[in-house]
Write a protein that binds this ligand. Structure first.
Ligand SMILES: [Mg+2]
Length: 183
């Protein structure tokens, strides 16, 4: 069974600044302190470098989902996040993100093994699996994150020879118990 991997959108797959750079002066001054509420701002954002290729690669080795928050005060963001995913990762069933977009203000309620996220908000800090903090010195880009995750895609039982030895010796001691209790 593949491990479950969640990936955030804003500043993880999506370059938020690229959308803000495309706002008109009027939009910019009207929404000054809440730029994520500008209608249609998400439709103008580009992917982060290497993000789309990384998602496609990781989706082959992990049970992969997008886990993102959409602003409560910007209904168009909910629509445009879906459209962004469809545009950049495909709209039909052949796409790696097909029906795998989760918009939530409670990321900790999603169970799984890994979450790649640049932030700690809306439950990311309480995620039960491993939080891979994107855009930090350890995970500065998608190349680094992809390499780190692919090394952890397999379960230890299948790939770690030490774990195999342990399970083998466990089996032989179990057998001894069965043999001695049969005597
Ligand atoms: Mg984010």
């Amino acid at each position: 069974m593949k491990k479950i991997l969640y990936i955030d959108l804003d500043n993880t797959l999506v370059n938020v600044q690229s959308g803000i750079d495309r706002l008109t002066n009027a939009e910019y001054s009207r929404y000054e302190k809440r730029l994520d509420e500008v209608p249609g701002v998400f439709a103008r954002m580009e992917p982060i470098s290497g993000a789309i290729e990384a998602f496609r690669t990781l989706a082959k080795s992990f049970d992969t989902y997008i886990l993102s928050m959409a602003p409560w005060g910007n209904a168009s963001a909910w629509q445009h996040k879906l459209e962004w995913v469809q545009e950049h990762l495909g709209a039909d069933a052949t796409g790696p993100a097909y029906k795998r977009l989760i918009l939530s203000h409670h990321k900790h309620l999603n169970r799984g093994d890994f979450l790649v996220d640049d932030g700690m908000a809306v439950g990311a800090d309480r995620f039960e699996g491993e939080l891979i903090k994107f855009l930090t010195p350890k995970f500065a880009d998608w190349h680094t994150v992809t390499r780190y995750l692919l090394e952890r895609a397999e379960t230890p039982l299948r790939s770690d020879p030490r774990a195999k030895r342990e399970s083998r010796s466990l089996r032989s001691s179990d057998l001894q118990t069965v043999v001695s209790s049969a005597r």
